[in-house]
Write a protein that binds this ligand. Structure first.
Ligand code: SF4
Ligand code: SF4
Length: 248
C-alpha cells in the first residue's frame, strides 16, 4: 500500500460511481479516477505542495461528487436531448411521472396514431440532465458521439479563516477517451504543475487564481479562453424561477 495523501499532498480522489449504479453516467468515473491518480501519484507521496490538492469527479451534471468545492473537478456532460423510443415509453413508462421528472418542463405527453401514449421533448428547453432517463428507459440520453468531459477549477469548502469558493469552468470539452483518458490527465497535470510553480505557501488553487487573476491563469496554463466560459445566466434564471427549490 502506498503511504501518502496527508498534509500538503494530492488527496485520494472523490468520485461518483458511474455505470456501476446509475443510468445517466457519461463516464466511467472509477476508471477515470484511477487514470488521474496514476498521473498524479508523485504528488500523493510528496508533502511539499503549496497546499492540499483535492480532485473530484461527477459522471454526469447531477454532480453527486464534491465537484463544486474541489480544487480540480471533472464533470461528465451529455450534449444532446434524450432520444424518445415510443414503443418502450408506451410499454414501460408512467407518463405523468416521466413528465414530472423534467426540471425544465421540456417533456409533454403525446398520443400515438394507434392510441398508445408516449412523450415528446422540446430540445430548446432540455439541459441534458438525464433525470427523465432515470425514470423511463425509453428516453435514452447516452450518446457516445457527443458525450464529453468538462474541467473545472478553484473550489474549496470554507474553514475558520476563509469563505467557500465555487469551481469555475476552464475546459468546456475534453473527449471521453477510456480506458486512460490521456487528454484529461494531461490537462490536469498541466494545471497542477503551473500551481506548484507559481503559488505561494498555503495557497489552494482557487486562492492562487484569485490573486493572480483568471486572465493570467489562462495565460500560464496555455488553456484557451472561449465564449463557452462566459455565463450569461439565461438558463439559471429560468430554472431558479420555475422549480420549487429556488424562488427569487
Ligand atoms: S453524477 Fe450522475 S451518473 Fe454519476 S452517480 Fe450522480 S447522478 Fe449518477
Ligand atoms: S434530459 Fe433533463 S432537461 Fe432534458 S428532457 Fe430529460 S429531464 Fe428534461
Amino acid at each position: 500500500m502506498p503511504v501518502g495523501g496527508t498534509g500538503k499532498s494530492y488527496k485520494p480522489i472523490v468520485h461518483t460511481i458511474g455505470w456501476n449504479h446509475c443510468h445517466t453516467a457519461v463516464i466511467d468515473a472509477p476508471g477515470l479516477a484511477k487514470a488521474i491518480s496514476d498521473g498524479l501519484f508523485e504528488y500523493f507521496k510528496r508533502n511539499d505542495l503549496p497546499a492540499k490538492l483535492k480532485i473530484a469527479i461527477a459522471c454526469c451534471l447531477n454532480m453527486c461528487g464534491a465537484v463544486h468545492c474541489s480544487d480540480i473537478a471533472i464533470v461528465g456532460m451529455h450534449r444532446k436531448p434524450p432520444v424518445v423510443d415510443d414503443e418502450i415509453v408506451a410499454k414501460f413508462c408512467e407518463i405523468p411521472t416521466t413528465v414530472a421528472s423534467c426540471p425544465t418542463l421540456a417533456i409533454k405527453p403525446k398520443v400515438l396514431p394507434d392510441g398508445k401514449r408516449s412523450v415528446e421533448i422540446n430540445p430548446e428547453r432540455c439541459m441534458y440532465c438525464g433525470n427523465c432517463y432515470t425514470v423511463c428507459p425509453g428516453l435514452n440520453i447516452i450518446n457516445p458521439k457527443y458525450d464529453c468531459l468538462s474541467l473545472w477549477v478553484g473550489g474549496k469548502v470554507p474553514n475558520a479563516r476563509s469563505p467557500p469558493m465555487y469551481s469555475r469552468l476552464v475546459i468546456p470539452y475534453l473527449p471521453n477517451n477510456p480506458p486512460r483518458w490521456p487528454e484529461t490527465v494531461e490537462a490536469i497535470k498541466k494545471i497542477v504543475k503551473a500551481w506548484i510553480e507559481n503559488a505561494r505557501e498555503d495557497e489552494r488553487i482557487g486562492e492562487w487564481i484569485e490573486r493572480i487573476g483568471w486572465e493570467k491563469f489562462f495565460k500560464i496554463t496555455g488553456i484557451p479562453f472561449t465564449d463557452k466560459h462566459i455565463d450569461d445566466f439565461i438558463f439559471s434564471i429560468r430554472d431558479f424561477r420555475t422549480t420549487t427549490q429556488f424562488k427569487f
